[in-house]
Design a protein around this ligand. Structure first.
Ligand SMILES: Nc1nc(=O)c2c([nH]1)NC[C@@H]1CN(c3ccc(C(=O)N[C@@H](CCC(=O)O)C(=O)O)cc3)CN21
Ligand SMILES: CC(C)C(=O)C(=O)O
Ligand SMILES: [Mg+2]
Length: 277
């Protein structure tokens, strides 16, 4: 088995493709995905070795301050994706199709996805759902647009479920997810996100398909992991589900830096001579 084309390090600038992700799964190399919404962050995440950057509709929460992902528009998502693409050399850039831009018909979905691909230079799109979006995914994939699926907790359906509790704990919903992931694979998704489902189920369905799965709150048995970057950096201090591991406490760091700056301005110690002309 050849692993020659599998990109592993930040220094290896060979662009990650959907094929690379498949090879990583086959080689047992776990895939690291993070969200990105702007140029400056995307550049740092890309250079730090993130394999996939997701321009998530979580931008609705994280960037715009909305309570849910429902309000963000296709124009907003395209703007964020354009910014991210400018900062990326290696990572695969995937863009969420926002609520209301693909559910109406496969024709509407294709129009939305084509806008993303044409106007941003991103490499793939992601959309939420199983059986009910299979026809749509078929149309996108047939048109040459790589599609990532998203099963389990699907935040665009929050008002249908009413809570962000763990999904597919009961047999009926678990069986539906088992069937959904097979359908997503059959119709040509290159990967599927599994959000907030029991680890045992995520492991089982990962083994039932040959495409890579990317987990968030789905345990360690998936082919890769995704987190919202602002969560893992400790910027979103009021969002603390157990699946978030904090790799930094940037809210504290920023608070300290800004307090110091304010004090220095008040004191007149900033700027000093070396910082003046
Ligand atoms: N900052 C951020 N991070 C995310 O992971 C994220 C977003 N925003 N916005 C879009 C969706 C929404 N997501 C969510 C939202 C809530 C929980 C959650 O576990 N909420 C509660 C538990 C609720 C319950 O048990 O009823 C919690 O523990 O915080 C998980 C994923 C994931 N996505
Ligand atoms: C949490 C990930 C999977 C997502 O869909 C988003 O950030 O919008
Ligand atoms: Mg999303």
């Amino acid at each position: 088995m050849s692993t020659q084309t599998t990109s592993l390090t930040a220094k290896d600038a060979r662009p990650v493709t959907t094929q690379t992700l498949l090879e990583m799964r086959e080689a047992g190399t776990r895939i690291a995905m993070l969200t990105a919404y702007d140029y400056t962050s995307a550049r740092i995440l890309d250079a730090s070795g993130a394999d996939v950057l997701l321009v998530g509709d979580s931008a609705s929460n994280v960037m715009a301050g909305h309570e849910t992902t429902l309000p963000i528009t296709l124009d907003h998502m395209i703007y964020h994706a354009q910014c991210v693409v400018r900062g990326v050399q290696r990572a695969l850039v995937v863009v969420d199709l926002p609520f209301g831009t693909y559910q109406g018909s496969s024709r509407e979905a294709l129009r939305s996805a084509i806008r993303v691909m044409k106007e941003t230079g991103a490499h793939a799109i992601k959309l939420e759902g199983g059986e009910r979006v299979v026809e749509t995914i078929d149309r996108l994939v047939t048109s040459g647009i790589p599609v990532m699926g998203h099963l389990g907790l699907t935040p665009q359906s929050i008002y249908k479920f009413g809570t962000y509790k763990v999904r597919a704990r009961e047999d009926e919903e678990a069986d539906q997810l088992r069937a959904d992931i097979k359908r997503l694979e059959e119709v040509g998704c290159f990967s599927v996100v599994l959000e907030k489902i029991p680890a045992a189920l995520a492991t089982e369905v990962t083994e039932s398909v040959s495409i890579p799965t990317i987990g968030i709150g789905a345990g360690g048995g998936t082919s890769g992991q995704v987190l919202v970057t602002h969560d893992m950096l400790g910027l979103t201090v009021d969002f603390n589900p157990r699946f978030v591991r904090h790799y930094a406490s940037l809210a504290e760091t920023v608070t300290g830096a800004v307090q110091q700056y304010v004090q220095d301005v008040r004191d007149g110690t900033f700027p000093d001579e070396s910082e003046s002309y």
